[in-house]
Write a protein that binds this ligand. Structure first.
Ligand code: GLY
Length: 409
């Protein structure tokens, strides 16, 4: 049985980036994942879209999304300079296309909402839209320009995080965590794998995306209420320069986006399906995405079709992540990122590592405390659940000086 300061369940971009930041702060970290990056981190399109993913009920989330977007340039610069991996962070902006007059009305309302929140976006006439994206179909009535919604190659991001974590001394264990281990009824002291191995840790971080709900041993009132929301993306290879910006639209009510990489790869997404953990590619989703994307950008029909990718987003009851103390001593939760996992990677990593080392959640994390969903059970008191929202009681602060003599980077 190995011992670490921090055991992290899940080696997607969220788990790995937390691992990297914790290791940089001198902690001994173990990440457990049977196939790191095989989940939503790989299927994602890599849009960094606080504005074009904003919904009318998403004000709290907007603040977190904007904070993470603001950290992206430094985050990827540090990651790339340490690892030598170019993650294709493109400051390309996003064009949201109106398909018809009704869409244009909806975009104007969104634009008004943006203005009321101090978020920058610009309405485009049909002529301005065509000038901004010449590959668009003729006759579209207008759109909205979000100049600060950018993109990163999520697969390269994950690859870079793997290298960075390794360089910082993180131990990767290729295993499926089946349970958390509790000592004394309310303290988490590590994890057990489906092969019966045990790993003890001062703090355990649950960052297994949509799979976070299924880890055994977590009391019902603490178990994060994440559910799988299936998403399918397509990867095509088209002429380099077909699109210079991310293009989003809704064709007869069906949302679609096209994300052009520097090297000519084009990611098209995404379905959104309540299908449990059924990861099979569904022909209808592939057909609809291709149909709608080619309706907006006709030349797409000539592109090479490369791949269908399917995974599950970790959805939460309010579509916002669960970040912070769990209500159990020794267990931190970082999951439920839903449609914003790639965007929220830098802020999640910084703030969760800060919570583990310093013992108190930052103001950014407070609205996303997992305790907002807690259902006090007969066995556990209301006080312990309420305290988890922001209590210095949790997590146990790690004495960095005592746990390691060298701060690794
Ligand atoms: N963030 C885009 C999606 O989840 O499809």
């Amino acid at each position: 049985m190995g011992h670490s300061d921090v055991a992290i369940i899940g080696g997607g971009v969220i788990g790995l980036s937390i691992a990297w930041r914790c290791a940089q702060r001198g902690l001994a970290v173990t990440v457990l994942d049977p196939d790191p990056g095989a989940g939503a981190s790989s299927t994602a399109a890599g849009m960094l879209a606080p504005v074009t993913e904003l919904h009318f009920d998403g004000r709290d989330l907007l603040a977190l999304n904007l904070a993470s977007a603001a950290r992206y340039p430094d985050f990827v610069a540090e990651l790339s300079s340490r690892t030598g991996v170019d993650v294709d962070f493109r400051r390309c902006g996003t064009v949201q296309v109106a398909w018809d007059a009704a869409d244009l009305v909806a975009l104007r309302q969104l634009h008004g909402f943006h203005a009321s929140l101090g978020v920058s976006s610009t309405m485009l006439t049909g002529r301005e839209l065509r000038a901004a994206v010449p590959a668009l179909a003729a006759g579209l009535p207008g759109g909205l320009w979000a100049e600060n919604d950018h993109q990163v190659d999520n697969r390269r991001l994950h690859a870079a995080l793997l290298v960075a974590a390794d360089m910082a001394g993180v131990t990767m264990v290729a295993a499926t965590v089946a349970e958390i281990i509790m000592t004394g009824g309310d303290r988490v002291t590590g994890v057990g794998t489906d092969a019966g191995e045990r790993f003890s840790a001062g703090v355990t971080v649950l960052s297994a995306g949509a799979w976070s709900h299924g880890i055994a041993g977590i009391p019902a009132d603490v178990r994060p209420p994440v559910r799988p929301i299936k998403g399918q993306t397509l990867r095509l290879r088209g002429p380099v320069g077909l699109l210079d910006h991310v293009v989003r639209g809704s064709v007869k009510g069906n949302p679609v986006y096209l994300v052009p990489r520097s090297d000519g790869e084009l990611v098209i997404g995404a379905s959104s399906e309540e299908a449990g953990f059924d990861l099979r590619a569904r022909a209808g989703a592939v057909y609809e995405l291709l149909r709608d994307a080619a309706t907006l950008v006709p030349e797409l029909s000539e592109a090479e079709f490369v791949e269908v990718s399917t995974s599950v987003r970790p959805g939460s009851p309010d579509n916002a992540p669960m970040l912070g103390a769990s209500g159990l001593d020794g267990l931190v939760i970082a999951t439920g990122h839903y449609r914003n996992g790639i965007l929220l990677t830098p802020v999640t990593a910084d703030e969760i590592a800060g919570l583990i080392v310093d013992g108190t959640p930052s103001a950014l994390l407070t609205p996303f405390a997992p305790a907002r969903f807690a259902r006090p059970s007969r066995e556990r008191s209301r006080d312990s659940v309420a305290a988890a929202a922001g209590s210095p009681h949790f997590p146990r602060t790690i004495d960095v000086a005592a746990s390691s003599t060298e701060v690794r980077a």
